[in-house]
Design a protein around this ligand. Sequence first.
Ligand code: ADP
Ligand code: MG
Length: 209
Amino acid sequence: MNASDTTAGDELAPGFGRTWTESMIATFAVEAARLGELDRLSGDGDFGRNLTSAYARVEQEVATARPRTYREWLTCVSRGFLGTGGTSGPLFGMFFRELARCAQGDEPTPAELGAGLAAGLAVVQRYGQAEVGHKTMVDALSPAADALAVPGATLRDAAAAAARGAESTSSIIARRGRASYVGEASRGVLDPGAVAVALIVQLAADAAG
Ligand code: ADP
Ligand code: MG
């Protein structure tokens, strides 16, 4: 089933939480090096290592908790990040905790996922104090949440908005995080956290069918 074929009350496909989590583990195993390289060019270079250890922890959480529902799968993702260092570890940990909490049933409805994304953005901004244009993960998260808040919008719309947001970070200099210490040197480099968010939302769209 395609997310665009669901009505607001429908749950996403059975196994959505599992598919999304497993595809994040597989994708970041491949992409972590490229994202770490972006952090090396504009920050301190630890982002790839942070992602790798976060998803290794997610796999450990999954092995221990044996998740069944969406909430249980996403709780494993959240706990993996909360146990990881860097600025991104706690921010993604809190972000995924909000996403885990958004569903009433075994899998979320598109509307619940939209509310979860908005709550995730809010917690990242509350703790990180970043606005759109500061060259952080917020530059991808905020347009994704806005896109999904439009009635009838799908996760594909949110993924496209997140990708455009991530792309926009190349031309600006960082105002938050370690990349802000390097000033002009961050211009021309994509923000790795924003690129990671665009991948995460794309994988959610793919998992929805
Ligand atoms: P650190 O900056 O501590 O080395 P990481 O390398 O783990 O952290 O993560 C870097 C990413 O975290 C950046 O690409 C950016 O997207 C995100 N980030 C950094 N600071 C903030 C902030 N204050 N608010 C939101 N996101 C942030
Ligand atoms: Mg870093």
